[in-house]
Design a binder for this molecule. Structure first.
Ligand SMILES: CC(C)(COP(=O)(O)OP(=O)(O)OC[C@H]1O[C@@H](n2cnc3c(N)ncnc32)[C@H](O)[C@@H]1OP(=O)(O)O)[C@@H](O)C(=O)NCCC(=O)NCCS
Length: 374
């Protein structure tokens, strides 16, 4: 019997209309464009505002709809939807259930997977295992987060880092030598004190006090997280490279979690990869947690060629981390995808052009009310 591989055959994505830049961020907390650019590398981030929509499912639904339109796949042919998110719309039902319902995928089952910023990396491995089993032929894997829903906009240590967005990939069975080839995945269970949401789960139920203390937002010891992220992702990338004969001469792209530009370049740099072979969108999308890897694919899809060797790496709360090796399965963006890269990006299109493209008028700056950005 021929070996079955699991290959990505399409990418869809969505970022919300509103663009929060560093200038506006500096009116919310005491910070500056210079500080944020130097230490994190974020210029702008997209924020899902309540008047536009709410919940991660809002963004994922649009990403999946775009994926179906781009690939021209029959919605009835989708057998499974895996969702990697840390900001589900509700504790239950799952965000996957909502996305499946919204998109009318009547033959699909699905569920959420939570591994913080490493969620999409793990979900690709899980999805590939379903395909390799031979029982499933066509599935969708989503990654994305509504990070502004759990960001403390009175804490300058964390609020410039995060943005909202979601993307998804179609994964299908193939007997060609393309697709997800290998992966190394880790959890150490030690990161609780360094990166967590303190309340709202079963260990610490929500109370008036927990709301007053802003314990339903991201708590982070930045320095500790930085150290672990660089070391652990570098080790995983080296391991995956060594055992697959990968090096700076044959890796087309490193696809890193977009946590901090300095983390990304130093992880890729440790195996000699230059910046023009690293997928980077942190400057205009910030850290969208489960969304970073698929949003990179969404944006770089037109540049990808069949046979390109890709190394993914991610790191998140838990701590969770790893790296995977993929051989890309098709050339560029499919014909149906006229212009997936219609993003606001410094020097690409202006913020005003972006709003005009989206048909957004009368954009009012966001207001901080009781620590919540609206
Ligand atoms: C968060 C992070 C950018 C902070 O950078 P850092 O170099 O470690 O900065 P520090 O926390 O040591 O703070 C240095 C100084 O800048 C100040 N500072 C913090 N945030 C600031 C901001 N937004 N603007 C201006 N100054 C700020 C601090 O108060 C501190 O001032 P002090 O020296 O007077 O006390 C960095 O630690 C980081 O990226 N960590 C990893 C985060 C991450 O990847 N998270 C997601 C994981 S999935």
């Amino acid at each position: 019997m021929e070996k079955i591989n699991a290959v990505i055959t399409g990418v869809g994505g969505y970022v919300p209309d509103y663009i929060l830049d560093n200038e506006e961020m500096s009116t919310i907390v005491e910070t500056s464009d210079e500080w944020i650019m130097e230490r994190i590398g974020v210029k702008t981030r997209h924020i899902l505002r309540p008047e536009q929509g709410s919940g991660t499912s809002y963004m994922m639904t649009r990403a999946v709809q775009q994926l179906l339109q781009k690939t021209q796949a029959d919605p009835d042919s989708i057998e499974l939807v895996l969702v990697a998110t840390t900001t589900p719309d509700y504790h239950f039902p799952s965000t996957a259930s909502l996305v499946i319902g919204n998109c009318g995928l009547k033959n699909a089952f699905g569920y959420d997977m939570e591994a913080a910023c490493a969620g999409f990396l793990y979900a690709m491995e899980a999805g590939a295992a379903y395909i390799r089993s031979g029982r499933y032929k066509r599935i969708i894997i989503c990654g994305g987060d509504h990070m502004s829903s759990m960001t403390n906009y009175t804490d300058r240590n964390t609020c410039p880092i995060f943005g909202d967005g979601a993307a998804c990939v179609m994964m299908e069975a193939t007997t060609e030598e393309v697709g997800l080839m290998d992966g190394v995945y880790h959890v150490d269970g030690k990161g609780l004190q360094n990166l967590q949401m303190k309340a709202g789960g079963s260990a610490k139920m929500p109370t008036h006090q927990s709301v007053d203390d802003r314990e339903h937002t991201v708590y982070q010891e930045g320095r500790q997280v930085y150290k672990h992220a660089v070391l652990d992702m570098s080790t995983a990338v080296k391991q995956i490279a060594e055992r697959n004969g990968l090096n700076k001469d044959n890796i087309a792209w490193v696809v890193p979690h977009q946590a901090n530009i300095n983390i990304e370049t130093s992880v890729a740099g440790r195996i000699g990869i230059e910046e023009d072979h690293i997928m980077i969108n942190i400057d205009h999308m910030a850290n969208t947690s489960g969304g970073t890897l698929p949003l990179c694919l969404w944006e770089y899809e037109p540049k990808l060629k069949k046979g390109d060797k890709l190394v993914f790496t991610a790191f998140g709360a838990g701590f969770t981390w790893g790296a995977s090796y993929m051989v890309w399965g098709y050339d560029g963006a499919p014909e149906a995808a006229k212009s997936p890269a219609e993003f606001y990006k410094e020097g690409q299109i202006s913020r005003e052009e972006w709003y005009a493209k989206r048909g957004v008028t009368d954009v009012k700056p966001m207001q901080l009310t009781d620590g919540v950005l609206r």
